[in-house]
Design a protein around this ligand. Structure first.
Ligand code: MRU
Length: 364
């Protein structure tokens, strides 16, 4: 198959796969990226278009685009975009791609999918170096669109695999936002919840608001409302009481990075939820595609993103809630040790304890 006809067939496949999802957060638009700026939700559904790599990097940094899989897909499309808009000169194109990789790699340090996607795009570029500049552009775009397709397909698969863990009548507690807005579509943990609901299970959801940036209150509640799934919102410090009152049957969360040891790095607060779930003997599941698995970094070497303290001392930078000059910690993620994790749902199946050897098998 020629590279151009491969690209055409990937574009057709993408159109088919997109029919399976209700929200498309990121799209390729003839040399530009178009994304829903999730910082404007739930007040406004605002879309942004740009072909500027600095603008895309800014969107990732300021969480207009967020959630590990969504960051990975955007990164791949952004590298393809830079190549596509480069002159038909290989040296220029290489310079532009290397610069884009550098810029993107400094946006968010914890989400593994970012680095996973950058490595795939770099490899695709260098493997295509003997092709014509036009063919390299088509090859990179094909690859990025395939990453987008694969993410949606994986989410739908994880939905079907993970929903088997849910019983009719269950109340599921979830944290942060792991739905369509955090992926290329459907979602990871929220994807499992959506699939269970679509398959007719009468479930309820408890969503944590997820301070400081309120991804649960703003985004998960927005998605659940759109889907018609019954839910209650709680503040993060209510997790203990709802578990104590036996109002939670299972916990499903996403992941920004999963280590070969089974450590789950996810939105700040996940570790506390896992400790409480363990104390109350409530199963705690992580849901993530294999693109989130980092098989080389050790737990002590994981970089936990530290964000600006103003996110903690204000509400969404709109209202100051601490005396002027107050300093704050703002760890964006934490790490849940494997002993607190009941299972990890992936597109290849559910990984159970003992994680070290079962994760190894997953990649064999
Ligand atoms: O800081 P964010 O909003 O990018 O954090 C997102 C999360 O922690 C999600 O739980 C994780 O990326 C999994 S998303 C499918």
């Amino acid at each position: 198959m020629s590279i151009l006809s491969e690209l055409d067939s990937v574009k057709k496949e993408l159109q088919e796969v997109l029919k399976e999802v209700s929200i498309v957060p990121i799209e390729w638009k003839d040399g530009k990226l178009r994304w829903i700026d999730v910082t404007s939700l739930p007040w406004e559904e605002r879309y942004v278009e740009s072909s500027d790599i600095y603008r895309v990097a800014e969107a990732i940094k300021r969480l207009e685009i967020r959630g590990a899989p969504a960051i990975g897909v955007t990164t791949a499309l952004a590298v393809a975009m830079v190549a596509y808009n480069s002159p038909n000169n290989k040296d220029e194109m290489m310079k532009n791609i290397e610069k884009a990789v550098e810029i993107l790699s400094h946006t968010r340090p914890t989400a593994y999918n970012l680095f996973w996607a950058l490595n795939i795009m770099k490899k695709t570029f260098y493997e295509s170096i003997d092709l014509s500049p036009q063919e390299i552009k088509e090859k990179l775009l094909s690859k990025a669109l395939k990453i987008q397709i694969e993410d949606i397909k994986n989410n739908l698969k994880m939905g079907e695999i993970g929903e088997k863990l849910i019983q009719d009548g269950d109340t599921i507690l979830t944290h942060c936002n792991t739905g369509s807005l955090a992926t290329a579509g459907h979602g990871t943990a929220l994807g499992v919840i959506k699939t269970a609901w679509k398959n007719g299970k009468k479930i309820k959801v408890i969503a944590t608001e997820t301070r400081p940036l309120l991804q649960g209150a703003r985004l998960t509640a927005w998605e659940l409302k759109k889907e018609g799934i019954p839910f209650k919102l709680i503040t993060d410090n209510m997790v203990g009481i709802v578990m104590m009152k036996e109002m939670v049957h299972k916990v499903f969360v996403g992941a920004d990075r999963i280590l070969r040891t089974g450590h789950v790095i996810n939105k700040i607060g996940t570790y506390g939820i896992a400790v409480l779930a363990s104390y109350h003997k409530i199963p705690f599941y992580a849901v993530a595609p294999t693109s989130t698995f980092d098989l080389t970094t050790s737990p002590e070497d994981v970089i936990i993103e530290n964000r600006d303290e103003s996110e903690v001392t204000t509400v969404l930078n709109k209202l100051r809630i601490a005396p002027e000059g107050t300093s704050a910690y703002n760890f964006a993620f934490d790490m849940t040790p494997p002993e607190l994790v009941s299972g990890i749902v992936t597109e290849k199946g559910i990984v159970e304890k003992d994680y070290e050897s079962n994760i190894k098998k997953l990649f064999e």
